[in-house]
Design a protein around this ligand. Structure first.
Ligand code: MLT
Length: 309
């Protein structure tokens, strides 16, 4: 058998349209990253990749569906730090396990987390923000994309550092949550940079800090949390493609190669970088590197996050 064991379906793959499930609303960070990268992957693969936004339960509804899909390479999911790590401690009865039920395909982008607020939220800088939310803990609210989402998990970390429990306002993604922030309907949010750069540049929201060691080149005027006086809050999310467990190694290799080609494309890189994403270094682009990331991220978030009550 050996090299001849690859089934004909894998050898010819792909012969029809691929569905990429995005577990959040259109227009949010996971959707935007998926669309930028899969448009290029589709050219490489010679088949369309259709994005299907499946919302609910902080991304876990869609991720459950992807885990149960046929493992033939025609249903994939763009998961992230929430669906494939933070959801594990938050949902003791999670219907899938990120490591046992998926084949890692490729990391697409790192996404630094920003502390954001509505434009007319009173605090002017991060120090004032900290004092304000502590003093008004009963009144302030924080938007997020559902329990287990990146925005929820990263704000849980922030809120635990500040020892506050704001009212959470869930949305089906931070695309709609951002609309509510711009409209002044919610107070603050911890969100992935991709969603925030256009709004910060348009002056429609406030950005207090980026939770990474260095400033982001797309937002040179936004201080780091360390510069702004809250070094304990460090958070960077990531988005990555996964296939259902048992998808053939040949198909995974084909998809991984297409994703890497997209990440090396000048236009793809330009669009991802303009939105503040961190493009994975070559060593971090393999399925094995993604498997390690998932394992490490589950270990990192498990002591931080308590099951939703
Ligand atoms: C989205 O695309 O809406 C986000 O990735 C949601 C989140 O996890 O905060």
């Amino acid at each position: 058998l050996g090299a001849f064991a690859v089934p004909a379906s894998a050898q010819n793959y792909p012969t029809r349209t691929i569905t990429m499930i995005v577990p959040f609303a259109a227009g949010g960070p996971t959707d935007v990253i998926s669309r930028i990268v899969t448009a290029h992957m589709a050219q490489t693969l010679g088949q369309s990749i259709v994005i299907e936004n499946v919302v609910g339960a902080g991304g876990t509804t869609a991720t459950t569906r992807a885990a149960r899909a046929a493992n033939d390479g025609y249903t994939l999911i763009t998961g992230h730090m929430g669906t494939h790590a933070a959801s594990v401690p938050l949902y003791p009865k999670l219907a899938y396990h990120p490591e046992k039920d998926f084949e890692p395909v490729a990391l697409l982008a790192g996404t630094p987390i920003l502390i954001l607020a509505r434009k007319d939220f009173p605090p002017k800088d991060l120090k004032e923000f900290v004092a304000y939310v502590k003093a008004n803990a009963e009144k302030v609210n924080a938007a997020h994309a559902g329990i287990g989402s990146v925005s929820h998990a990263s704000c849980e970390l922030l809120n635990s550092i500040l020892d506050v429990k704001p009212v959470g306002v869930p949305f089906n993604g931070t695309g709609p949550a951002m609309n509510a922030l711009v409209a002044g309907q919610v107070d603050y949010m911890c969100d992935q940079i991709v969603n925030a750069v256009p709004q910060i540049n348009a002056g429609t929201i406030k950005a207090y800090a980026v939770a990474t060691p260095e400033r982001n080149p797309s937002l040179p005027n936004v201080p780091t949390t360390t510069e702004a006086g809250l070094p304990a809050f460090q958070a960077q999310a990531w988005n990555a493609v996964f296939a259902p467990k048992g998808t053939s190694p040949a198909i995974i290799a084909t998809l991984n190669a297409a994703a890497i080609k997209a990440l090396d494309d000048e236009n793809v890189r330009k669009r991802l970088l303009e939105l503040g994403s961190v493009i994975p270094a070559p060593a971090n682009r393999t399925p094995e590197a993604l498997a390690t990331l998932v394992k490490n991220e589950i270990a990192k978030w498990t002591p931080v996050l308590k099951p939703a009550s």
